[in-house]
Design a protein around this ligand. Structure first.
Ligand code: SF4
Ligand code: SF4
Length: 236
């Protein structure tokens, strides 16, 4: 009897779920709205175009410093620097890149490589990585990474933005407003105290000047009246 009840209950649950609308979404459709900081895949970028940009075009931003390679926890980045040369943009010596390989097979999307980049040369992209049949297709070479610069949308972060965001001394807008208010209050109080001190000093100076004036007056009052000079004849 117990078994029959369990079976009927199971069938009821199965029937109820069979007519319930789906709670999942099919892959790829409808297209999901990604959050602003969604990141996937990578790109290497060039310097922004400016008045000093040479005719040959903007230079690549990567200076081959290998910081991204050294920090990557999955050890999937291999940077080969090409040594230093004079930059046609700045006229100063800078490093250049010979080859760059990033193995997407083991990336954990931690974004540390972006964060440590001193020139904002490596960025992550918003588009998801296309599925591939072969693992070697997930190796991002220097050429693929520079192609992604034009084919994909960069994600929110750059090295400079991440460093700024994670500054331990950085305050939230509310904390900054409270700090500004306190500073303004302290400045007003300081100005008030300075004005009071100046008023007290001028009062003290006036007080000090007053007895001197009084003693001068007293002195002149106690002096005998001028007597006629000796030998002067009295005029009747
Ligand atoms: S996101 Fe993290 S795991 Fe992926 S390449 Fe960069 S540092 Fe390595
Ligand atoms: S991508 Fe950035 S951190 Fe990596 S080698 Fe180039 S300049 Fe250095």
């Amino acid at each position: 009897m117990k078994t029959l009840i369990y079976s009927l209950r199971s069938m009821a649950i199965a029937l109820r779920n069979a007519i319930r609308p789906p709670t999942t979404e099919g892959f790829g459709y409808p297209e999901r709205v990604r959050p602003e900081r969604y990141r996937n895949s990578f790109a290497l970028v060039h310097e922004p175009v400016g008045p000093d940009t040479p005719e040959s075009g903007p230079e690549e931003a990567c200076i081959g410093c290998r910081k991204c390679e050294l920090i990557c926890p999955s050890e999937i980045i291999v940077v080969t620097p090409a040594g230093k040369a004079v930059s046609p943009t700045t006229g100063k010596k800078r490093g250049y890149l010979e080859s760059f390989i990033l193995d997407m097979n083991a990336c954990i999307f931690c974004e540390l490589c972006v964060q440590v980049c001193p020139t904002d040369a490596i960025v992550m992209c918003q588009e998801p990585t296309a599925p591939v049949f072969f693992r070697e297709d997930l190796l991002l070479t220097r050429e693929k990474l520079y192609a992604n610069e034009h084919q994909r949308t960069p994600a929110w972060a750059t090295g400079a933005k991440l460093v700024d965001m994670q500054d331990p001394d950085k305050l939230s807008p509310e904390q900054q407003a409270a700090k500004d208010a306190l500073a303004a209050e302290a400045a007003a109080k300081k100005a008030e105290l300075a004005a009071a001190a100046a008023a007290a000093a001028s009062a003290a100076a006036a007080e000090a000047a007053e007895p001197a004036l009084v003693s001068e007056v007293d002195k002149s009052a106690s002096e005998p009246p001028e007597t006629p000079a000796e030998g002067a004849e009295e005029v009747n």
